[in-house]
Ligand binder design. Structure first.
Ligand code: NDP
Length: 291
């Protein structure tokens, strides 16, 4: 029997609805309108689409959206100056610098200049540290979205064996921290893991963030497990067109899993929704609002 399909699109819409209601509450109780600034350097077509969608959804949730589009040849010093200006702007509660940045720019230097309390991508070392020691933090969006999706299947993840495949700073490591916080027993697998199929087979919850198309096979999955596929890989499809696939072989894994996210339509839509959620959280952090 095929497992339940986790509808990321619908769940992301629910998250955005909650964000809109939190924004309305911030306005009425505190007179605050959260603002999100997005910085885009260069003409990368995929980044342009992301930035457009982020701006549109920010406004739909009742927040202010500030877009800064800079030409490809903008100097590192000028980008740093813009980030400083946004750090100092009280109308801006969240700052996102769209990656990848052009090659002549040191991305880490730019990201580390964003004030930690405005770092809605959660990449600043201060937020990484806060997450790891259990303090209030801004947490990277895709990991947060992945855990929300898992919790729509099973609200209490405590005690589950979770295997995260991938150990990047953007997905693998933060998702492992979040699962630890949920009281899962967490294993992180990576390219040097021996017998990876056997390791994954122990998991009640699998989070695949590898970047290798359809690497996770059906016979790696424990019957009934929850499978969250973070991977987005473009591969050749039919009629010379390309298509998107995840890091899991969907057909095989769906036959064994208890619940699984599709690609597209799983984790992908959650990322922007969680960015908006982080902007609300950043606004609260900056104004010492605890609830
Ligand atoms: P990275 O390339 O930064 O990290 C990939 C990780 O997978 C590494 O830790 C690597 O191990 C591990 N890995 C690579 N090959 C293997 C293998 N054969 N066996 C086991 N482990 C392997 O990728 P990201 O974390 O940035 O992204 C992962 C995937 O998630 C990509 O498909 C990306 O497109 C997608 N993604 C999706 C997002 C969304 O919004 N849905 C957002 C961000 C990413 P090692 O460390 O040993 O090299």
């Amino acid at each position: 029997m095929a497992g339940r399909v986790i509808d990321g699109k619908a769940i992301a819409a629910d998250v955005r609805k909650q964000v809109a209601s939190d924004v309305a509450a911030l306005k009425s109780a505190h007179g605050l309108t959260p603002g999100l600034a997005v910085v885009l350097v260069g003409e990368d077509p995929a980044s342009q689409v992301y930035v457009r969608n982020k701006g549109k959804q920010t406004i739909e949730c009742g927040m202010q959206s500030f877009e800064h589009r800079l030409p490809e040849e903008t100097s590192e010093a000028d980008i740093l100056a813009l980030v400083q200006q946004l750090n100092n702007d009280p109308a801006v509660n969240g700052i996102l610098v769209q990656l990848p940045l052009p090659k002549h720019v040191d991305s880490n230097k730019i990201l580390n200049t964003i004030l930690p309390d405005k770092d809605v991508d959660g990449f600043h070392p201060a937020n990484v540290g806060r997450l790891s020691i259990g303090e209030r933090a801004l947490v990277p969006c895709t990991p947060v979205g992945s855990v929300i999706l898992a919790k729509t299947v099973q609200e209490n993840l405590s005690g589950l064996n979770a295997v995260v495949i991938g150990r990047s700073n953007i997905v693998g490591k933060p998702v492992a921290q979040l699962l630890l916080k949920e009281n899962c027993t967490v294993t992180i697998a990576h390219s040097r893991t021996r017998n990876i199929g056997k390791v994954v087979k122990e998991a009640d919850l699998v989070i695949a963030a590898v970047g290798v198309p359809e690497m996770v096979r059906g016979n790696w999955i424990k019957p009934g497990a929850i499978v969250i596929d973070v991977g987005i890989n473009r591969v050749p499809g039919e009629n010379g067109k390309s298509k998107l696939v995840g890091d899991c072989n969907y057909e095989e894994c769906a036959r064994v899993a208890g619940a699984i996210t599709p690609v597209p339509g799983g984790v992908g839509p959650m990322t922007i929704a969680c960015l908006l959620k982080n902007t609300v959280e950043a606004t609260k952090m900056q104004n010492n609002i605890t609830s």
